[in-house]
Ligand binder design. Structure first.
Ligand code: SF4
Length: 339
């Protein structure tokens, strides 16, 4: 039987397991410290645990569920890590270093069921949800094997995070916990294509995580064409869920807008986007599209990116243009795909 990863357990779950073994609950803190602070991959190295407990843990659990399959470096300094899971599936993780921070973009599912037409992740459909350990281990691997100080987490890789809410919320709890990774909630961003009930669940988490909506269109007609989820949760429902989220959490939402040539880069599109952004008091990130070999879209011209941005600014919208990193290693937004 395949062993379960111990990284799947929250500290309270680990305490319960230890209680069943008649071990004191402080052992859970010791084990968490070995796993997440000292980043040990072997129970034998956990020297302050009694030998019988180490043996017992070894028979029930393994530690990391990931194996590095490929590591690619972009000329813009971003890096892509392709990980093999225990069932021989693959996921991709992207590291985006900058002067002040090291951001890691995590996958939350193998494949994706939402089929946004500009995105490679959904091309082969949905395979399965990731377990919490398979999400947190992406961070742990970079910290441990490459000694990278991860400052920010974005759940924007392969998969729709709010379609795998249980695993994602548990992974966020572990990443945020001072006993584990201790990454501040404000440094963690959850992205969604617009799963309305999931947005409500995020607001109930009681954590100060950031919410980012992949909007990509300013009206229902275009958005439904680009993102089939919009037929189920059209803009009226999506924007009112975002308003509720803002009221409950007082956290400003970010709207992500991948700008594609001749698709969503007109003045009319800018007007639709600015109306939504103003209503939500949201920050807008414009991301010029990066080409995906199997798709027929084109990146926007630089002058059109500038004009689009100016149109939004004239309407009083807070807007930033973010160059998508790692396009030469297929690590940019929308480029992560199943091999
Ligand atoms: S953009 Fe997100 S939700 Fe849409 S297909 Fe890609 S991974 Fe799935």
């Amino acid at each position: 039987m395949r062993k379960k990863s111990i990284l799947d357990l929250s500290i309270d779950e680990l305490k319960e397991q230890l209680e069943d073994l008649k071990e004191p609950s402080y052992r859970a803190q010791q084990i968490f410290s070995w796993l997440y602070k000292k980043r040990m991959y072997s129970f034998d190295d956990m020297r302050n645990l009694p030998a019988p407990l180490r043996e017992r843990l070894k028979t029930v659990y393994n530690i990391t569920p990931l194996r590095l399959s490929r590591h690619l470096k972009s000329k813009d300094k971003s890096e892509k890590f392709v990980f093999e899971l225990q069932d021989d599936r693959f996921i991709e993780t992207v590291l985006i270093p900058s002067k002040k921070r090291n951001t890691v973009c995590l996958s939350t599912q193998v494949g994706c069921r939402y089929g946004c037409i500009y995105c490679a992740s959904g091309l082969k459909g949905f395979v399965r949800d990731l377990r919490p350990s398979e999400i947190t281990a992406q961070v742990l691997f970079l910290q441990r094997e490459f000694n990278i100080h991860i400052t920010n987490i974005v759940l924007m890789g392969m998969g729709e995070p709010l379609d795998n809410f249980l695993s994602v919320s548990k992974a966020i709890g572990i990443m945020n916990s001072p006993e584990a990774m201790g990454i501040a909630a404000r440094k963690i961003t959850v992205s969604t294509c617009g799963i309305v009930p999931g947005i409500e669940k995020v607001s109930r988490l009681g954590l100060q995580v950031n919410l980012s909506i992949s909007l990509h269109a300013g009206d229902d007609r275009l958005r439904s064409r680009l993102m089939p989820i919009n037929k189920r949760y059209p803009l009226k429902l999506l924007t009112s869920a975002c308003e509720d989220y803002f009221k409950k959490t007082n956290r400003r939402i970010t709207l992500e807008y991948v700008l594609v040539k001749d698709l969503n880069d007109s003045l009319r599109d800018a007007n639709g986007l600015s109306a939504i952004a103003r209503r939500l008091k949201a920050q807008v990130n414009i991301i010029p599209y990066s080409r995906v070999a199997s798709l027929e879209f084109d990146p926007p011209l630089q002058k059109d990116v500038k004009a689009f941005k100016t149109n939004l600014q004239r309407k009083g919208v807070n807007v930033t243009v973010r160059e998508s990193k790692g396009s030469d290693i297929s690590a940019a937004c929308g480029q992560l795909a199943l091999p």
